[in-house]
Design a protein around this ligand. Structure first.
Ligand code: GBH
Length: 478
């Protein structure tokens, strides 16, 4: 990454790395933690690669000091972590607070601040308390108030020190992979129905929490709240084919637009999403009410409920039109299929085509379509599978090319990018793929209980980028 020109990045640029609780903490039943949907999902056989689990993962619950050393070696200005909801509220509600869990996050947050690292905290990164799942989980209407209550508890408990909040991580992924495809917890397969309901309740939960923060905490704590949205960049497979062009619009509407339009756009779902879902219901004779729920006038609107844009970007797609199948499904509604371009290298896993300039195009699209608010890239990364390569030159090239595109988005496209968080600080539990995909800037040796963390070359080079930017900024001041 030494060829990277860092002059495009503003002096207060946030250099971060991200993790999530279930993927690193382990300690799944320690000190009074309640189970989450991911504990349940992994403990059922046949769901995850080789039936691996996050029971121990990187054991960050007990080895936090080792993570802190990694953070300091990288010289990060920011660190994004998530709170395990069931670790602090074992049944998901404030009826019972697990003080040991609260203590753990207090220690993490205090250590970060003492080291001059700004925490960004996600409230729910896929791991819903199982007790709430047992009452309908994200499909239940009540979940929005229960989440809001949890969010308020976190604002009250940690908000004196945490100023950057993410309510929900990637509602698209938890809704669709967890309730349509069934390949993520909670493993529900109800095509064409549940994902929309889950997404809706996540938006309601998010909106209520933002409004709570806005009215009761902002004036005291001065922080910011957003929701992390994942999206591919997408272009028509055949730009000369109007059907592919329309399909590309739908592809973006059904991923980014599903959540960005209510929060940053019109306050409602994208038109193409509404009309397609309604038309398909008619066509297929589905008459049990609207599959895409409507926002109620009696609740706070999702519109304007974000203080910054949080984007998780991994890859891009070429999109072609897909004629609807006979069964209800999300993909049938979407009527689009994304494929990879043969010229794109694949990193570790089939879906992760490396397309750095897709990030620049997506950033510009967000600015042009949705908002001029500051954008944090809250996740972006490159995975390795197979034999470990500590000298991970491909990943170094990936980070260099990607950061170059972020620099261009700032200097050439005028996008207000405030920060970049690499996924991930450490190799960790990669959900249904288990430990076979490694996304870390630090290698973790999962074969011994010490779970030793060591630098990849990419980690060392990322540290050099941060320090280069830091010295450039300092020299500008004198
Ligand atoms: C992020 O999701 C997560 O926030 C993070 O926890 C995770 O570790 C990271 O990605 C790396 O994967 O199986 O064909 O349906 C990224 C969005 C959505 C990308 C699901 C992969 C699976 C494609 N992910 N997608 S498929």
């Amino acid at each position: 990454m030494s060829a990277l020109d860092v002059s495009a990045f503003p002096s207060d640029f946030a250099w971060g790395a991200s993790t999530s609780a279930y993927q690193i903490e382990g300690g799944w039943n320690m000190d009074g933690k309640g189970p989450s949907t991911w504990d349940t999902f992994c403990h059922a056989k046949g769901k995850v690669f080789e039936d691996q689990t996050g029971d121990v993962a990187c054991n960050s619950y007990q080895l936090w000091e080792e993570d802190l050393k990694c953070i300091l070696q990288l010289g990060l200005t920011h660190y994004r972590l998530s709170i395990s909801w069931a670790r602090i509220l074992p049944d998901g509600t404030t009826n019972h607070v697990n003080l040991k869990g609260v203590e753990y996050y207090n220690k993490v947050i205090d250590n970060l601040i003492a080291s001059d690292v700004t925490p960004m905290v996600t409230l729910c990164h896929f791991d819903l308390p199982q007790a709430l799942e047992d009452c309908g989980g994200w499909q239940s209407t009540d979940i929005a108030d229960i989440f809001e209550n949890y969010a308020r508890f976190c604002f009250k408990t940690f908000g004196d020190r945490v100023k950057l909040w993410i309510t929900v991580n990637e509602p698209y992924v938890y809704a669709k992979l967890g309730h349509e495809d069934g390949i993520f917890a909670p493993g529900i397969k109800e095509p064409g129905i549940s994902a929309y309901l889950v997404g809706h309740n996540m938006l309601r939960a998010h909106a209520k929490s933002w409004h709570s923060y806005n009215s009761d905490f902002r004036h005291l704590q001065g922080g910011q709240v957003s929701i992390a949205l994942n999206s591919d960049w997408a272009e028509p497979l055949d730009p000369g084919c109007p059907k592919d062009v329309a399909a590309t619009e739908r592809y973006l509407a059904f991923s980014l637009g599903w959540f960005a339009c209510p929060v940053f756009g019109t306050g409602d779902y994208p038109e193409s999403m509404k009309s397609r879902i309604e038309a398909r219901s008619l066509e297929l004779g589905y008459n049990q009410g609207p599959r895409l729920p409507r926002f109620s006038k009696d609740e706070p609107s999702p519109l304007g409920t974000a203080d910054f844009f949080a984007l998780n970007y991994y890859t891009s797609r070429k999109v072609k039109n897909l004629n609807g199948a006979r069964e209800l499904s999300f993909t049938g509604d979407e009527g689009a299929e994304g494929v990879t371009d043969p010229s794109w290298p694949i990193s570790g896993i089939y879906w992760l085509a490396v397309v750095p300039d897709g990030l620049r195009k997506l950033l510009k699209y967000i600015k042009d379509t949705y908002t001029s608010l500051p954008i944090y890239i809250t996740e972006n990364g490159f995975s390795q599978s197979g034999p470990v390569q500590k000298e991970d030159d491909d990943r170094c090239t990936f980070y260099q090319d990607t950061l170059q595109e972020v620099g261009k988005a700032i200097s050439q496209e005028g996008v207000n990018v405030k920060g970049y968080f690499a996924w991930s600080l450490l190799d960790n539990f990669e959900w249904a793929e288990g430990f076979r995909l490694r996304f870390g800037l630090f290698h973790v040796d999962f074969s011994t209980p010490e779970l030793k963390r060591t630098f990849y070359r990419s980690g060392r080079e990322y540290a050099a980028v941060i320090s280069k930017h830091h010295s450039q900024t300092k020299s500008k001041l004198v």
